[in-house]
Design a protein around this ligand. Structure first.
Ligand code: PFF
Length: 449
């Protein structure tokens, strides 16, 4: 079996974990949720969820991974030998596999839109609903773009922890932040920027309903990559001197900043164009935005190419760093459990995920008639993974850390054996035992019924 590597530097560890968190969920799902849930009021609750639930749960995943130095399934087996808790590890790896299968397809869409943008074809089109629908229902093209994206992910994972994940995270995360900076500045210069900013910054408390709160908790979990074994796997490569509470706070700050800044990019642009609906849902990024780019930059097409090109590049980088962590969560298990070389394990994961990915992609076209409970294959994967396994996994992680593990083990791991001070430990422990599991249970019940 290959030697297990750690991340070479603390900044590498933070950027890799932040790369996992920053993904389509920030640039695509967050603005959609903000649009659907009334703007600033949603953002307020979201920030609270990150602080009160997201960071403590992330710390728990970190401590499980770093303490055991193993893939997620082995981690639970080591901490609770012969007990049922192992199922949580299995569920984590399984759900990462499922999510990766459809995540690569949506990521492939971003690759396609990037190519269309820089080649100028996107700006030349007019009917963006038809462009999107024709593309996703094609039997070949989205499979091809998804496979190209999978190839990129595979290439990085096969290179290993330090020269693959860490090196590319250190390269891509600063690029991503730089692109966000450019786009925010451009977006502020747009005619609708004032209205967009008002929507994002002025909370209308009347819009604060129970369903808004629950959507915010769900978004926080998805965005921080919690309960999927990814952060647990990455933490198994953290060095013994990594400060877990600080790293969790750093990752959450980067993730939240990217989400909020994506809102600052999208809404001023969207409000610049009359008759564009902010509550457009998932089509916001692939249908609404191209028409915004077209109308806003119609007189200066080269600026449109640049703006839309940068935007889809941002989406692609974000998707790639997240897909890497999903892939690694499964690859680490396969290579450690079956004593394979990393290259072979990564190839087995890429190939089997891509096979499922083809089914997900075809569910928008030739296989759209194959449904279960009214959901096509793609929607079924999304539903089962993010609405069922994920929240249940979140609850189990809280119960495992808060009630099963020894308090002294938890405290020792979070303070590096007493070398660091962590003043908020008692608050953390209270949250992880009571507040977080109850909040997640509320989301679960709400989402399901
Ligand atoms: N957090 C990622 C995003 O916001 O897009 C999605 C994700 C990645 C979820 C990795 C779960 C995961 F394990």
């Amino acid at each position: 079996m290959e030697t297990r590597h750690n991340f070479g530097s603390k900044i590498g560890a933070v950027l890799a974990a932040a790369g996992s968190a920053v993904g389509l969920g920030n640039v695509w799902r967050f603005p959609t949720e903000v649009g659907n849930n009334g703007g600033a009021a949603f953002i307020m609750v979201y920030l609270l969820c990150i602080l009160v639930i997201g960071i403590p749960v992330m710390m728990s995943e970190f401590l499980i991974g770093r303490h055991t130095h193993a893939n997620t399934i082995t981690a639970f087996s080591k901490l609770a030998p012969g007990k049922w808790w192992r199922i949580e590890g299995v569920a984590g790896v399984f759900v990462a596999f499922m999510i990766l299968s459809y995540y690569i397809i949506v990521s492939g869409w971003t690759l396609y839109y990037l190519i269309q943008s820089v080649s100028g074809r996107l700006m030349a089109d007019r009917d963006y609903n038809a462009v999107f629908d024709t593309y996703v229902s094609d039997p070949w093209l989205p499979v091809l773009t998804g496979a190209s994206f999978m190839f990129l992910t595979h290439f990085i994972i096969a290179r290993g922890v330090q020269s693959g994940i860490e090196r590319f995270s250190k390269l891509m995360m600063p690029m991503l932040l730089f692109i966000i900076g450019i786009l925010v500045v451009c977006s502020f210069g747009m005619p609708g920027s004032k209205e967009g900013l008002r929507f994002l910054l002025k909370p209308d408390l009347a819009k604060l309903t129970g369903s808004v709160v629950l959507s915010a908790v769900g978004q926080a979990f998805y965005s921080l990559s919690l309960a999927m074994g990814c952060l647990c796997t990455y933490a198994s490569y953290f060095r013994p001197d990594t400060n877990l509470p600080k790293t969790a706070a750093g990752v959450s700050i980067i993730d939240t900043m990217v989400a909020v800044l994506s809102g600052f990019i999208i809404f001023p642009a969207v409000f610049s164009v009359e008759a564009v609906d902010v509550t457009a849902g998932p089509g916001l990024v692939f249908k609404t935005l191209p028409s915004v780019f077209n109308i806003a930059f119609g007189h200066l097409p080269w600026l449109g190419y640049a703006f839309s090109g940068f935007f889809y590049m941002l989406l692609l980088l974000a998707a790639l760093t997240s897909a890497m962590s999903l892939h690694e969560s499964v690859t680490a298990y396969v290579l450690e459990a079956f004593h394979m070389s990393r290259r072979k394990a990564a190839a087995a994961v890429s190939f089997s995920c891509m096979t499922l990915g083809v089914a997900c992609s075809l569910s928008f076209g030739p296989w759209s008639h194959l449904t279960l409970f009214g959901l096509n294959i793609f929607e079924l994967f999304d539903f089962v993974s993010s609405k069922i396994i994920l929240p249940l996994g979140g609850i189990v992680i809280c119960l495992f850390t808060g009630w099963y593990l020894d308090r002294s083990l938890v405290e020792s791991e979070l303070t590096n054996g007493g070398k660091l001070r962590f003043r908020l430990f008692r608050l953390y422990y209270f949250i992880i035992r009571f507040v977080a599991p109850l909040a997640i249970a509320a989301v679960f019940v709400h989402e399901l019924f």
